[in-house]
Ligand binder design. Sequence first.
Ligand code: C5P
Length: 305
Amino acid sequence: MSPDAEPGGAWDLTAEAPAKLNLYLEVLGKRPDGYHDLRTVFQAVDLADTLRFRRRTAAGIHLSLEGPEPVPGGPENLVVRAGEALARRLGRTSGAEILLTKRVPAGTGLGGGSSDAAAAILGLEALWGTSLDPGDRAALGLELGSDVPFFFLGGTAVGEGRGERLRPFPAPPPCGWLVAVPEFRMATPEAYRALSPGLTRHKQAFTMLESACIRGTFEGFVENLGNDLEAGVVRIQPRLARIEREIRSRGAAFVGLTGSGSALFAVFRSQGDAEHLVESGLPEGGARLVACSPVDYGARVVSQA
Ligand code: C5P
């Protein structure tokens, strides 16, 4: 605890920061600003980090970390960057203490850092008794990362542009889900550099995915999932192909990369099938398997004292 926080005080507020999967990711082209134009379908899932907040009289964001997934706790942490950007925006002279319980592994395409940033903004707005206009909040989020605006919406959504032009998308049909987290991590710029030019999904995939979700058809859903970044990422990390084959051979109807990786997600007929594989696990050198479920929310304040 920082010296000027209220001694032994309880936390004032708790926020949840769910992870995301990219069910579909199409790279439409490179832009003059160095980013790529995308069309992607985000899905929030119940694998989540927790943030706890306490008022602090001194200025600045004081971050502490706990939980199984190590991340840097310094000024480069997106929670600190988000908090400081919001404080600047609001002209605040007092700060906050934040405890981040990290469960979503970094460098895996699960959007943990982006979701933490969104949860930090929402949590601090509530802590400081203020509320940004949703457009300003999304713009502040986009300055921190391309995926941050999605977490203000959550659920299932299509993102265009860098991923920030968002609209809700029909929820997937009932199925089983797991995430496979390999030992290695992937840096997002490297994944974009490995992109093979001209490699895109077949033209109708997006429309067919949308209609499968509307009609609730499992086959149409799994047939039209995919990610243009995957081939390049697998070239950098060929072990991913072996993990994919292993999960498919254990009954998955679909296995693919989320975001720029390194994590994969798999879709099964039922949650029981997914959990069965999580219980048995993959052979040594494979990936850690975590069962998950889609949720219809994003980053959110869950309790306030
Ligand atoms: O916005 P974010 O910090 O997540 O982006 C990290 C990097 O990923 C960018 O610097 C860029 O190299 C790449 N990127 C991209 N196009 C996007 C999103 C990310 O090229 N739409």
